[in-house]
Every structure is written in structure tokens, then in C-alpha cells.
Design a protein around this ligand. Structure first.
Ligand SMILES: Nc1ncnc2c1ncn2[C@@H]1O[C@H](COP(=O)(O)OP(=O)(O)OP(=O)(O)O)[C@@H](O)[C@H]1O
Ligand SMILES: [Mg+2]
Length: 450
């Protein structure tokens, strides 16, 4: 699965004798259940007896009762909740996610036989959904599946093993510069870091990834979304637009009237194929996709959160950070304040950081001249402002985001480049660039408005 409960999955998912009870699973109570009727309760208990598990954590109750119980107690490894009496089941699941510790596998049960609900529940991180009346055999199968999910390697581990770094750039609000940032990071990754890089623009109707690099997006991404079963190495070769030898773009200009629905499973498939061909993938990830793409976000190493230093920007940064805490708890989050003006900000950096209860990692100045230059020449901002403050900071962000986890600690550029950079430790280079920017700041506003 699986969003709110993924990442702390398991060092050991086996049932082992616990100190006080008969078993623990990953150091927790193995299972708790809150079901709405006696027949379901009897079925859950009988199933647990059959599996040899303790059934003391099974109660008659609604999701609200589960929320109350988990707000003050440790979460079980597996949680069964009954959505039968819920008018908005997804809201109940969200409420649970707020109190449930990461790693819990949630099995929902209910009476609504609707594939859209089923998909939405899986999309929000639920392990499985079972229709009532429950059958012991089916329930046992799902519980064993949940136990197996706890023992499976974490998605992020699989990604790291394949050396493919995936970064999703998300704007907290419209127009904050998320697409500018995604395109620039992909470009720097492909040039300064000299590694095969893909830019995946998921804003399939209004994306600007291809446009800003002066490319025609073609139909590749649309074909992939419409026929996910066709995605393979050969398909990707044809679908990707080559911006250079090391930069490929997968983007679209889908018709406004009939957007193709994007499934999380399609993106997982795409990411897997991109991992075969690229060292880094940068995704322009529209925030409107967050609710349905939680399973995909579990594959992402880094989320770059682009924002502006405004009241609305602060509110939505808090909301997205909160969402990520539960749905992509393993992902490193890098907060980038963009379009920081040289005069007064609506909210100064200090106040902004106090509001979001964490630091801003990078600040990018508002530079309309660079925007004009970039648009005129079909360049990304990093290229249009090479050597400038904005350009240098984009390079620093790309180092932090696209080359953080090489197995031997050496990003590809360091293995092959013959320039002075080749003799530098990449981490030191990154620190140096970050220091340089932080010392300079984006003009008088940096930290002074707070
Ligand atoms: N630091 C900056 N200085 C000047 N202009 C900028 C800066 N960053 C972005 N822009 C400009 O702001 C506009 C919006 O940027 P962009 O399209 O990247 O935002 P977005 O967050 O992707 O928007 P959307 O929500 O529509 O997807 C663009 O015209 C871009 O050139
Ligand atoms: Mg955009």
C-alpha cells in the first residue's frame, strides 16, 4: 500500500512471542478490529483463533471509536475498520490516518459494492476492502496479505537499490513556480550532474515542461496513460522526447475537454521503466493529484515543495506538509520559497518558518528578467541565469535533490567529469553552494522580513 501507513513497515514482519501477550508483530499488537455488528465480530474472532492470533483487540465499534482509541494508544500492526455506517468513508479513513502510526496496515470492511470506492480506498492507503457479510477464509487471506506487506521491502528501498532517484515537485498554490523548478532541476541534473535524467510532466493538460524547453510534447504520455499495458522499454524509447543526450521529456498537451484519467498504477509502471533508463527522474506533480496518487508517492525519494512567502502560501505549505507526513512519510521534503521579492514580503522568511514549524531550505529571488530571457530563448531558468544568483541556487537544489543517494557516494558527474568539480566531494560542493546562497540571500528580504 499505501499511503498513511507505509513506510515503517518492517524490519521483521513475523509473528513473534511478545513479552506479555501471546504475540507481537513488528513490536506492536498484531491486530485490532472495530466492526459494527455481532456477526462480523464473531467472524473476525473466529478467523483470528484459526490463525492462532490474539483476538482481545476486537470490538464492536465505528471508525470514530478507532480514532478515539488510537489517539491515546499505540497503533496495532493491522487494523480492521467497518465503514458500513459511514456517509463519507474516505473522510473516516483520513481521520484515522491522523492518529494512526505509520506502518499500520488497514483493512476496511463495508456494505457498499462500488469499484470507485474500492479504488479510492486503496488510493488513500488502505490495504484492502472486504464486502460484508465476511467470510472467514477471505478475511484470513487478507490478514495474511497484510502481514506479508509488513515484511515486504519498502518501496523506497527498492528505488534506492535501483539507484534511481525520483523527485516530485509540488506547488503549494497555483503559479508559485513548481514547473519552472521541475524543469530547471531536470536540466541541471542532466548537465551539471551529467546523468541520464527524465522530466515527467504530469500536468497533462496545461503542463509547461516541454514548452519551456521549446519542445513539442507529442502523444507519448497520453498513449501511456490510455494504454498502460503497452508501457515497456521500447514504448518508452518512442514516447520520450529527447531534449539532449542526457535529458528526456515525457509530457502532454491533452485536450481540455476530455482529460484522460491517470491511475497511480500507470505512474508506478512508468517510474519503473524510467528507472531502467535514467539515474534521476524529476516529476512536475500537480497538487490536485495528491488525493489519488498516494501509492505512487510512496515511490518518491524527495518531495520538493515550492511555495511563495504569502499568507495563503504558508497555510497551504502547512496543509501539504501535514498530508505528506502521513502519505509519504519516508520522503525527504525540501521546501523552496520562490519569487522572493527584493522589497518587503507579504510574510517574511522568519515568520513563514515559524508558521510552518520548519526551515525553508532554499529561497529563489523573483527575477522577471530571467523569466523574459528564458521565454525568449526556450531555455529553463537555470540555463537562462547560468552563474546568476537564481541559476546558482537552482544548481544547489538539483545537487541536493537529484544526486543525494548514490550507492558509492559519488554522483555520476563526479565519476566522469574532468573539471575542477571532479576533485570535489559532492556533498561538500553542495554545502558550499548552499552556504554561498544562504550568505548572499535573495536580497534585503532574506530573513529580514521575518
Ligand atoms: N523566480 C521567478 N522569478 C520570475 N518569474 C518566475 C519565477 N519563478 C517562476 N516564474 C514565472 O511564474 C510563472 C508561473 O510559473 P510556473 O508555471 O512554474 O508555476 P506553477 O507553480 O507550475 O503554476 P501552475 O500552478 O499553473 O502549474 C511563469 O511565467 C514563470 O516563468
Ligand atoms: Mg505548473
Amino acid at each position: 500500500m499505501n499511503a498513511p501507513w507505509t513506510s515503517v513497515a518492517a524490519d521483521s514482519g513475523n509473528l513473534i512471542p511478545g513479552p506479555s501477550g501471546p504475540f507481537t508483530l513488528n513490536g506492536r499488537e498484531p491486530l485490532a478490529a472495530f466492526v459494527s455488528d455481532q456477526a462480523s465480530l464473531a467472524c473476525v474472532r473466529a478467523c483470528l483463533v484459526e490463525l492462532g492470533w490474539n483476538s482481545a483487540g476486537c470490538h464492536i465499534g465505528a471508525p470514530d471509536d478507532a480514532v478515539q482509541a488510537l489517539a491515546t494508544a499505540a497503533s496495532p500492526a493491522i487494523l480492521i475498520v467497518d465503514l458500513s455506517d459511514c456517509t463519507v468513508p474516505l473522510e473516516e479513513i483520513q481521520a484515522l490516518a491522523q492518529v494512526c502510526e505509520p506502518g499500520t496496515q488497514v483493512i476496511a470492511i463495508g456494505q457498499t459494492n462500488d469499484v470507485r470506492l474500492y479504488r479510492a480506498l486503496l488510493g488513500s492507503g488502505v490495504h484492502d476492502y472486504l464486502l460484508k457479510p465476511l467470510s472467514e477464509g477471505q478475511l484470513a487471506e487478507v490478514i495474511i496479505g497484510a502481514q506479508a506487506a509488513l515484511t515486504a521491502p519498502r518501496p523506497v528501498e527498492a528505488v534506492q537499490a535501483s539507484q534511481h532517484s525520483i523527485a516530485a515537485v509540488i506547488g503549494t498554490r497555483g503559479g508559485v513556480g513548481a514547473s519552472m523548478l521541475a524543469t530547471a532541476l531536470a536540466w541541471v541534473s542532466s548537465t551539471d550532474l551529467a546523468q541520464a535524467t527524465a522530466l515527467l510532466d504530469l500536468d497533462i493538460q496545461f503542463g509547461t515542461g516541454a514548452l519551456s524547453l521549446d519542445l513539442d510534447p507529442g502523444r507519448g504520455l497520453i498513449d501511456a496513460i490510455e494504454n498502460p499495458s503497452r508501457i515497456d522499454g521500447l514504448f518508452m524509447q518512442r514516447a520520450m522526447i529527447q531534449a539532449s543526450n542526457t535529458l528526456s521529456v515525457l509530457a502532454a498537451e491533452a485536450p481540455i475537454a476530455a482529460p484522460a484519467p491517470v491511475e497511480a498504477s500507470t505512474l508506478l509502471h512508468l517510474a519503473e521503466e524510467l528507472g531502467h533508463a535514467c539515474a534521476a527522474t524529476v516529476i512536475d506533480f500537480p497538487r490536485a493529484m495528491l488525493p489519488t496518487m498516494a501509492p505512487f508517492l510512496a515511490e518518491v525519494n524527495t518531495v520538493v515543495l515550492a511555495t511563495e512567502l504569502t499568507l495563503a502560501g504558508a497555510r497551504d505549505t502547512i496543509r501539504v506538509l501535514d498530508w505528506l507526513k502521513f502519505h509519504a512519510p519516508h520522503a525527504r521534503v525540501v521546501v523552496v520559497a520562490n519569487k522572493v521579492p527584493t522589497g518587503l514580503c507579504e510574510i517574511g522568511p522568519g515568520d513563514f518558518e515559524a508558521a510552518i514549524e520548519r526551515g525553508i531550505d532554499f529561497m529563489l529571488p523573483f527575477e522577471p528578467r530571467v523569466a523574459i530571457q528564458a521565454a525568449k530563448h526556450g531555455q529553463c531558468f537555470a540555463e537562462a541565469d547560468r552563474g546568476g544568483k537564481l541559476g546558482q541556487t537552482l544548481v544547489a537544489i538539483a545537487w541536493a535533490v537529484c544526486a543525494p543517494g548514490e550507492a558509492d557516494g559519488q554522483p555520476p558527474a563526479m565519476r566522469t567529469a574532468t573539471t575542477l568539480l571532479a576533485r570535489w566531494n559532492p556533498l561538500k560542493l553542495m554545502d558550499h553552494l548552499i552556504d554561498q546562497f544562504r550568505k548572499a540571500g535573495p536580497g534585503p528580504t532574506a530573513k529580514s522580513g521575518g
